[in-house]
Design a binder for this molecule. Structure first.
Ligand SMILES: *Cc1c(COP(=O)(O)O)cnc(C)c1O
Length: 534
């Protein structure tokens, strides 16, 4: 086989724009794209290779010494990487929030990389900066629905920002809480603010013992990361038990007050609109009142559920979100944009100034550079994908998608409930639900039986994943019915519009078949036979 040489001539060729449709690169592109579409039409897992076997492909620790032709490398990628990837496009991949994307994103992705704009400053992005500001404005309107005059004034204002575009919900949550911290510990006479003087000086100046953030136990782990990086400390991430899966406003108020009675200050209350595990929505309207009572920042994490606002039928479930000081939304979840599209919006356009940063060579004062108020520096033009999706789907298109996902989740819940060997654990508020296997003879499982049921669910989930035809995830939950004991459940996220009811029936049947061959199923049956013999 011919070998690429480490000559500058060869390096220049790699950078050169290929000529014509028949160029070598065009052929490689077509080959990759054929292979991709073949991959995406297969099962969830195509080749059953263990993780350890796949690791063997990636065990060299030195950067390769000499160059390789692009065509050769493309083959290696197909063989080592693509063939062992997870087909998140599969309609039977219903275990996670990452799902199929509309195909128009593939050519758009080429445009994005082709242009390689950097949104950190206008000198490297020009048209992309106004576009991103507009996308943030549209998200702001989706949540807050302010007046036309408001958007006219703030959308492109150099002094304001209606939010921040970032890589995902994690950075959006951190940004929101960063703003909340800097607002709370703002400059005042004799104090130049936490951003300048640091947390120890700020606590000392304001006379607070500690700062805290409050959410339910269903809060996403990005909140724990946020209190860590913001210097608040993970022990001050106060998470309330929520057997009903929703944060109780009364308990939140009581805990907030108890925390403050110890000389501490509650910095923010976080309501969740669509928890990652069960899709529940906290009572946002009441929580907004609690935040007011406690005089703290109210943040809503709508990374998953935010897209519900597109639906006239379902948006009432997020009532009160418009009272939040800040809201996180992930376009790469139910808005069907490729990963890397999170947004935080601020009710008050002044808020992002709490984290504004200037540098001489870049981000000069008075510029419209978005990098001045984002945590991240260099950022790509992902906002274009959101912009395109907003236009290609329209609000009405998104509404149809959201409504059908929720309908499908309800139909799946009915299928589960009408099956004698399954138990619906949390019914869907949005398009997420949890359930487990519970053989029909067990009407009220005791602690020992619940442990066996946990084993059964774990075993079936693993076997199903390994079989590779479908994928359902699992988690552990405390629920009202079994308060004394957390239970292991299957978790289903119905995000892919192409998942059919027949797919769901097949998945249940597969689980049922697997369960019957599992040791704990047999033990459970023996236990009950012994009981009835007694
Ligand atoms: C997914 C999710 C996040 C984290 O978002 P990333 O985009 O994965 O960083 C945060 N909160 C909730 C509720 C989520 O569902």
């Amino acid at each position: 086989m011919a070998k690429a040489s480490a000559s500058l001539e060869h390096m220049y060729r790699v950078f050169t724009k290929p000529e014509g449709k028949d160029s070598k690169l065009a052929q490689i592109e077509e080959h990759l794209s054929d292979n991709l579409s073949d991959f995406l039409s297969r099962h969830v897992v195509t080749k059953a290779k263990s993780l350890e076997e796949v690791e063997q492909h990636f065990s060299a620790h030195k950067v390769p010494e000499s160059p390789e032709f692009v065509s050769q490398h493309a083959e290696a990628l197909l063989d080592k990487l693509v063939a062992h990837s997870v087909n998140t496009y599969s309609p039977t991949f219903i275990g996670h929030m990452t799902s199929a994307l509309p195909y128009f994103h593939l050519p758009l992705a080429k445009l994005l990389v082709g242009l390689n704009q950097n949104l950190v400053k206008i000198e490297t992005s020009k048209a992309f900066t106004p576009l991103e500001r507009q996308v943030i404005g549209m998200m702001h309107d989706l949540v807050y629905n302010d007046s036309a005059a408001f958007y006219q004034q703030h959308l492109h204002s150099a002094k304001h920002s209606l939010g921040a575009f970032c890589s995902g919900g994690t950075i959006a949550n951190i940004t929101a809480l960063w703003v909340a911290r800097n607002k709370l510990l703002k400059p005042s006479p004799g104090f130049r603010g936490v951003a300048q003087q640091g947390l120890a000086a700020a606590l000392n100046h304001y006379g607070y013992n500690k700062l805290g953030i409050l959410s339910s136990k269903r809060g996403h782990y990005s909140l724990a990361k946020a209190v860590d990086v913001l210097g608040i400390g993970r022990e001050q991430m106060l998470m309330l038990d929520c057997p009903s899966q929703r944060l109780s406003p009364e308990k939140a108020l009581a805990l907030g007050q108890a925390f403050e009675q110890q000389g501490n200050k509650l910095m923010a209350l976080v309501g969740i609109a669509g928890t990652t595990e069960t899709g529940h929505v906290d009572p946002l309207d009441e929580l907004a009142d609690v935040a007011k009572e406690l005089n703290c920042h109210f943040h809503v994490d709508a990374a998953w559920g935010g897209a519900t606002l597109f639906s006239q039928q379902h948006k009432h479930k997020l009532k009160g979100i418009e009272k939040a000081d800040s809201v996180t939304l992930d376009a790469h979840k139910q808005m069907y944009v490729p990963m890397g599209a999170g947004i935080v919006v601020f009710k008050n356009p002044e808020d992002s100034n709490a984290v504004r940063h200037h540098a001489q060579y870049i981000l000069r004062a008075g510029s419209k550079d978005l990098g001045a108020t984002t945590l991240e520096g260099s950022r790509n033009g992902m906002a274009m994908m959101v912009y395109a999706s907003f236009h290609i789907f329209g609000r009405q298109g998104y509404e149809l998608l959201i409504d059908q996902s929720i309908d499908k989740a309800k139909r799946f819940a009915t299928l589960i409930e009408s099956h004698q060997d399954f138990e619906l654990v949390t019914p869907p508020t949005l398009s997420i639900l949890t359930y487990r296997i519970k053989p029909r003879h067990l009407s009220h499982p005791d602690i020992r039986e619940n442990e066996l049921l946990d084993e059964l669910v774990v075993s079936v989930q693993k076997q199903q994943r390994e079989a590779g035809k479908s994928f359902v995830s699992r988690t552990r939950l405390s629920v009202e019915k079994y308060q004394q004991q957390p239970i292991t459940v299957f978790r289903v996220v119905l995000a892919n519009p192409l998942t059919t009811e027949q797919d769901l029936i097949n998945i249940l049947n597969e689980q049922h078949d697997l369960a019957k061959q599992t040791a704990s199923w047999k033990v459970l049956h023996q236990l009950s036979e012994n009981e009835s013999a007694e």
